[in-house]
Write a protein that binds this ligand. Structure first.
Ligand code: ADP
Ligand code: MG
Length: 173
């Protein structure tokens, strides 16, 4: 049985993109907690937040994390997953946790290129570059603490996958 691999990091760091590619390389299943939430509630992240507030969203996010956890699965998590300590503990106990780390400017330029406004409510209502600096200043420490491994996410997705495979000592399936 192979432990699930949890990818954590700020939005835009590549959890979904890299996670999907990693799952293919390993012949693992792929799950995305944001996508799971949208499917099970039939609402976007923005819609859930509008209806139930961030608190309601966070509660559902914890439930989603537990629901998608399974052996031989790569799990892309929402950017705020580490805000609840119980989520961090759960991930560390059930699998291997990898932080895809990127500088705020890199994250901002990716999100500016593909805003996906519908799905990604801004947290502060401020310009995206400022927001990423602020979000990372609060969360970088949480990501570092939650992670078993920290990976440089400012490489091509293919390179990030290769680094992940080496770091996790997992042979290509
Ligand atoms: P997350 O799931 O962490 O929010 P995504 O995988 O949705 O991030 O990626 C956000 C955007 O950045 C997408 O447009 C994606 O194509 C792009 N992207 C992701 N990883 C990389 C990378 N390593 N290099 C360049 N662009 C990337
Ligand atoms: Mg994602």
């Amino acid at each position: 049985m192979s432990l699930p691999i949890y990818l954590i990091g700020a939005r835009g760091c590549g959890k979904t993109t890299v996670g999907r590619a990693l799952s293919q390389a390993l012949a693992y299943a792929f799950s995305d907690t944001d996508y799971f939430l949208q499917q099970t509630t039939q609402q976007t992240v923005a819609g859930i937040v509008a209806a139930e507030g961030w608190e309601g969203f966070r509660r559902r996010e914890t439930q989603a994390l537990i629901a998608v956890t399974a052996p031989s699965t790569v799990i892309a998590t929402g950017g705020g997953m580490v805000l609840a300590e119980e989520n961090c503990r759960f991930m560390r106990e059930h699998g291997r946790v990898v932080y895809l780390k990127a500088d705020p400017e890199v994250l901002a330029s990716r999100l500016e290129a593909y805003p996906e406004e519908e799905q990604r409510p801004t947290l502060t209502g401020r310009p995206i570059a400022d927001e990423m600096v602020e979000v990372l200043s609060q969360r970088d420490r949480l990501y570092q603490q939650a992670a078993h491994h920290v990976i440089n996410a400012m490489q091509t997705p293919e390179q990030v996958v290769q680094t992940l495979l080496q770091t996790l000592s997992l042979a290509r399936a």
